[in-house]
Design a protein around this ligand. Structure first.
Ligand SMILES: Cc1cc2nc3c(=O)[nH]c(=O)nc-3n(C[C@H](O)[C@H](O)[C@H](O)COP(=O)(O)OP(=O)(O)OC[C@H]3O[C@@H](n4cnc5c(N)ncnc54)[C@H](O)[C@@H]3O)c2cc1C
Length: 191
């Protein structure tokens, strides 16, 4: 959860399932999401609809000797339950955590923190991680013995690790020229 970047929240409305991607942050045993009170999914989830929230990281492609055994390496979490709205100090802490989750160091920079009006124009919900599972696949393919022993089939097998890595930061065209890129931005992804 600390390394993932996107949470997918699944829920059903009149038997129609929806899955929506969103930013998130974890604080302790809770996962927090936020958005506009005008967003339909947030007004639905405010009413404690049963949900499934998942975060996954793709770590690599697994190339096996048989088509059947091809796979991916990953780390994923699935949480079941319902969201509850948070207010006050917890709401502000969650917003801070969401910004810090995306870009560590950003909240402590010179950004303007939310005004009362902006806080009112933001819904923050949390879901307990009490009912959650994690699943991980890593390493080489799991080929069958006959395929491993088949020396005649000269096919490469293994895995291709993948990472999400940043490109050079692109300044806002309206940025004052005397403001350099902050260290946390230059260092992003080197963690
Ligand atoms: C990036 C990615 C790609 C994948 N690609 C495939 C694919 O192509 N085909 C495929 O069959 N599977 C794929 N998986 C695995 C898939 O998510 C399921 O774990 C797997 O298919 C077993 O499903 P199931 O319904 O039998 O789970 P069950 O064994 O019935 O699950 C029981 C419980 O385990 C937990 N659980 C199940 N899956 C996960 C999970 N991924 N993460 C955390 N908790 C979990 C849930 O709480 C669930 O209720 C992929 C996973 C990831 C992250």
């Amino acid at each position: 959860l600390d390394e993932g970047l996107v949470c997918h929240v699944g829920f059903a409305v009149d038997s129609q399932p929806f899955v929506l991607p969103t930013a998130y942050a974890r604080i302790g045993e809770y996962l927090y999401v936020h958005g506009s009170p005008m967003a339909r999914w947030l007004s639905l989830l405010r009413q404690a609809l049963p949900v499934c929230a998942t975060v996954s990281i793709l770590d690599g492609f697994v190339l096996a000797r048989s088509a059947f055994r091809h796979s991916v390496n990953y780390r994923s979490v699935v949480a079941l339950g319902h969201f509850a709205e948070v207010e006050g100090e917890e709401k502000l802490a969650a917003l801070r955590a969401i910004i810090e989750h995306i870009m560590p160091g950003r909240w402590g920079d010179a950004i303007r923190h939310p005004s009362d009006g902006e806080l009112q124009a933001t819904v923050v919900l949390k879901i307990s991680l009490h009912e959650a599972s994690a699943k991980i696949r890593s390493g080489p393919p799991a080929d069958l013995e006959p395929d491993l022993k088949d020396r005649a089939r000269k096919v490469w097998a293994g895995h291709l690790p993948l990472v999400l890595s940043p490109l050079a930061p692109v300044p806002d065209p309206a940025l004052q020229q005397d403001i350099p890129a902050p260290d946390y931005l230059i260092e992003y992804g080197k963690r």
